[in-house]
Write a protein that binds this ligand. Structure first.
Ligand SMILES: NC(=O)c1ccc[n+]([C@@H]2O[C@H](COP(=O)([O-])OP(=O)(O)OC[C@H]3O[C@@H](n4cnc5c(N)ncnc54)[C@H](O)[C@@H]3O)[C@@H](O)[C@H]2O)c1
Length: 483
């Protein structure tokens, strides 16, 4: 039974929680794959407030009006950029992974745009931080406090289902209770280095991502056949071929015959391989069951602020800078802020697509507002500019100098197995055609990102900066392990 949790309820461990891997640290305890957040299995559950200011018992059920709708504090919408647009046609959006970096920003954005949003999240990302002894540069509030704050600022309720989508019973109840028109699926283990730490992380990543997505497909087929799946894939699925990368499909003439086929995939980690497998499963179910789906092959996301997350410090998004979860540009800004040399892997010619987090939320909204047709498997390449690692280091160095920072760059041995100099030209026109107005990487954005990193520099743990997971020495415990 899925439980629609209010933003202030006690979370009770599930008897159904599965155990998959040992923690990274030396202790021998077995850790749950997802923080176990089940209440009892009856349709009605009693939840007791954790908050001193609301010491009162609430009765809730998955079908009941969410408690947070009844108890929300007075809206201060007028003082913020709260939008009250006409209600969109496909209005109920389930955001799986809505407590994560892209998901949180997207859930708030869609809520602000008038969509009725529910977040589904196991909070396992917060558990990874604890296991690896890492933390977001920015202090982030609990999901409950985040949603309370959003309600008090905007007057809008985001419903919350805490659980693991690999648990089909949980997911089914969430689907039956919320009845989504669209599902945006961010809810995966998304770090390539994490998937390369050891066997158990590789297995966890592929199980979590592939089975989770498979469950979402089955839930759509069983409970919401019209529902549009918007799935976050990655540009990393394509690898770095020596020809142009198309958006999902390529037309090939072979031995005199021509066909349009899925673009070849050359994944470069167990994580990327899980995304490739997801894409195949989704494409198959579009064909076999008539599922409508959009695969957003996203580039590397940078930035932290969106219109909604900057409305209050409790809405602040996470910002990863460590060697396992940090992405290139965000990492370099933090390194510059704390006077650590920028860590270019190998020759630094590795080129990828990049986008601002403000464009992630825009792209997802465009995909929802213009759904795929029944049976269509649509693929969009979701990035706005491409840079090599050396380009990114150069841009951060220039921006740092303007702020008086002496930014140095070093080449560190590449922990990954990847081409360090290669051709790269990836198409990305479909989202622009739908109306995407990109926020390109500008001096002012870099200034603000650097200033942001400087503001939180006291929270930086320098020991987390260097890469410590090797693609070749898999199984060796990383240096970040807390002992
Ligand atoms: N961040 C990037 O630069 C980037 C680039 C390309 C693609 N993507 C894709 O975008 C998606 C979101 O990335 P992110 O950076 O926001 O990641 P994130 O780790 O910050 O967020 C993922 C969220 O999903 C949740 N989750 C994971 N497994 C779950 C499960 N089984 N059940 C329920 N919830 C689960 C986690 O708790 C977390 O809150 C991922 O699918 C990732 O592959 C991200």
């Amino acid at each position: 039974m899925a439980h629609l949790l209010s933003t202030h309820c006690t979370l009770i461990p599930s008897p159904a929680t599965k155990m998959f891997f040992k923690p990274l640290n030396q202790c021998s305890a077995i850790v749950h794959t997802s923080v176990p957040f089940w209440a009892d299995r009856s349709p009605r559950m009693v939840v007791k407030s954790q908050r001193k200011r609301q010491e009162k018992q609430y009765v809730s059920s998955p079908m009941a009006t969410p408690i947070s709708q009844e108890t929300g504090s007075k809206s201060s919408a007028a003082s913020h950029k709260i939008q009250n647009e006409s209600i969109p046609k496909c209005k109920k959006v389930m955001v799986i992974g809505g407590d994560g970096y892209c998901g949180w920003a997207t859930a708030l954005h869609l809520s602000n745009k008038g969509y009725d949003v529910a977040i589904v999240d196991s909070l396992v990302r917060r558990l990874f931080d604890q296991q690896l002894g890492i933390d977001s540069l920015t202090p982030i509030s609990s999901i409950q406090n985040r949603l309370h704050r959003w309600k008090s600022i905007s007057g809008k309720t985001i419903q919350l289902y805490i659980g693991d989508i690999c648990d089909f019973e949980f997911l089914s109840e969430a689907f039956k209770s919320f009845e989504p028109d669209s599902v945006v699926h961010f809810g995966e283990q998304r770090s390539a280095p994490y998937s390369m730490i050891d066997r158990s992380r590789a297995v966890f990543t592929q199980h979590n991502n592939v089975i989770g997505t498979l469950n979402v497909l089955f839930a759509i087929k069983e409970f919401r056949e019209e529902c549009h799946l918007v799935k976050l894939g990655t540009m990393g699925e394509y690898g770095t071929p020596n020809i142009d990368i198309e958006e999902g499909y390529i037309t090939i003439t072979h031995n005199g015959r021509t066909d349009t086929l899925p673009y070849p995939k050359q994944a470069s980690s167990f994580y990327h391989l899980s995304k490739v497998h997801d894409s195949h499963n989704i494409a198959f179910t579009c064909k076999a069951w008539g599922i409508r789906a959009t695969d957003l092959n996203q580039g590397v996301v940078y930035g932290v602020r969106t219109d909604e997350t900057e409305m209050h410090e409790e809405l602040c998004n996470r910002f990863d800078y460590d060697g396992v979860f940090g992405t290139a540009l965000n990492r370099f800004c933090v390194q510059a802020a704390v006077r650590h040399p920028l860590t270019v892997y190998g020759k630094g010619g590795q080129t990828r697509g990049y986008l601002d987090i403000r464009d992630t939320v825009q792209c997802v909204e465009l995909a929802i507002a213009n759904p795929a047709k029944q049976g269509e498997f649509r693929v969009f390449n979701q990035f706005t500019e491409q840079f090599s690692v050396n380009d990114v280091a150069g841009l951060v160095t220039k921006a740092g100098k303007k702020l008086g920072l002496d930014v140095q760059t070093i080449s560190v041995p590449n922990p990954r197995v990847e081409a360090e100099e290669h051709y790269y030209n990836a198409k990305h026109t479909k989202l622009i055609e739908l109306g995407l107005r990109p926020h390109l990487l500008s001096d002012s954005l870099l200034d603000s990102l650097l200033n942001f990193a400087i503001k939180f520099q006291d929270r930086v743990d320098a020991a987390q900066i260097m890469p410590n997971v090797s693609w070749k020495k898999i199984g060796v415990k990383p240096r970040t392990v807390a002992v």
